[in-house]
Design a protein around this ligand. Structure first.
Ligand code: NAX
Length: 331
């Protein structure tokens, strides 16, 4: 058996972490032969709740769980970690403007970037889930200059999984038969779920998803808005935001980053190099492939006029968020 690796989950007393911790500790992320030492970070008032989570983890009697460290101190939590799931963030409260939420959360990710810079391994892989995830990831990276910026990513995998599931249901095939659907841009309502390069396996034969669905209007409207608004639909039904599916998506993202995506494209928010005419130095979701612990943006795709408009809109939002976040950090 390999030596245990240290993995941190922030927001560890929250609802996404409640599903995520089991997935990590059961081997679904780092593989069935990799023990993990879990560092659990939350804020001081949540330490009592976190103690309950620690008890439940012990009660799972998981062979791969080498140890657990609950803490309210970022520098303790991030010490020597190889993977960081940054889930914790301030939730939107009633009457709070989007701007106020961004300001509160950007401050958290500035502080966590500084702590990672000080005590984490320089090859740590960081996945930001807490919203606004893309801009939080950018700020975290900016305040951790000793860690390569390629190591900071934001989660759009839940959007990808939602999109893949919608397409599979529409075509009438199992979800794993659909691949290469893309989420472009921000994890927000401006994101662009794009099925134009997706392929589907129907009875052993590969077909393009647009050809299989043969309904351009659906792919440009209902499909896009259903994925964009899926989070709100879950809240309306459950009275709480997506947690089980968010945790599964975070596991998928980190697993593919560590272990490789094989012949599938996956969507990840990564620091933009300007590919596809997107703004540079914002965390933009692209189709990527992963191998040997590194991601690479899929190049050479055709961008239609419709796609161009969608990419520009989400890119503009990210550039604006970046500016707002940088202004907050100056204070
Ligand atoms: P919860 O409110 O259940 O849990 C959040 C936890 O974070 C709480 O225990 C809180 O005390 C903790 N926290 C707050 N500030 C902290 C800090 N400075 N350091 C450490 N912990 C801190 O929220 P949950 O449903 O788990 O969602 C967590 C975040 O994920 C939210 O920001 C949410 O918006 C975001 N999401 C992002 C998604 C994505 O696809 N990128 C999808 C799901 C989810 O909406």
């Amino acid at each position: 058996m390999a030596e245990p690796i240290k993995v941190v989950v922030t927001g560890a007393a929250g609802q996404i972490a409640y599903s995520l911790l089991y997935q990590i500790a059961s081997g679904a992320v780092f593989g069935p032969n990799q023990p993990v030492y879990l560092h659990l970070l939350d804020i001081a008032p949540m330490m009592g709740v976190l103690e309950g989570v620690v008890m439940e983890l012990a009660d799972c009697a998981l062979p791969l769980l080498a140890g657990v460290l609950p803490t309210a101190k970022p520098e303790e939590a991030f010490k020597d970690v190889v993977a960081a799931f940054l889930v914790g963030a301030m939730p939107r409260k009633e009457g709070m403007e989007r701007k106020d939420l961004l300001a509160a959360n950007v401050r958290i990710f500035k502080e966590q970037g500084q702590a990672l810079d000080k005590v984490a391994r320089k090859d740590v892989k960081v996945l930001v889930v807490g919203n606004p995830a893309n801009t939080n990831a950018l700020i975290c990276s900016k305040y951790a200059p000793s860690i390569p910026k390629e190591n900071f990513t934001a989660m759009t995998r839940l959007d990808q999984n939602r999109a893949q599931s919608q397409l599979a249901a529409k075509i009438g095939v199992p979800v794993q038969n659909v691949k290469n659907v893309i989420i472009w841009g921000n994890h927000s309502s401006t994101q662009f779920p794009d099925a134009s390069n997706a392929v589907v396996n129907i009875g052993g034969a590969q077909k393009s998803v647009p050809a299989a669905i043969n309904d351009d209007a659906y792919l440009k409207s209902t499909f896009v808005t259903t994925v964009q608004k899926r989070g709100a639909a879950v809240i309306a039904a459950r009275k709480m935001s997506s947690a089980l599916s968010a945790a599964k998506a975070a596991s998928d993202h980190m697993r593919d980053w560590f272990l490789g995506s094989g012949d599938r494209w996956v969507s990840m928010g990564v620091v933009s190099d300007g590919s596809y005419g997107t703004p540079r130095d914002v965390v933009f979701s692209f189709p990527v492939t992963t191998a040997n612990g590194k991601w690479k943006i899929v190049q050479g795709l055709t961008i239609t006029d419709f796609a161009r408009q969608m990419l520009d809109a989400t890119g503009k939002e990210l550039a604006e968020e970046k500016q707002e976040a940088l202004d907050v950090c100056k204070d």
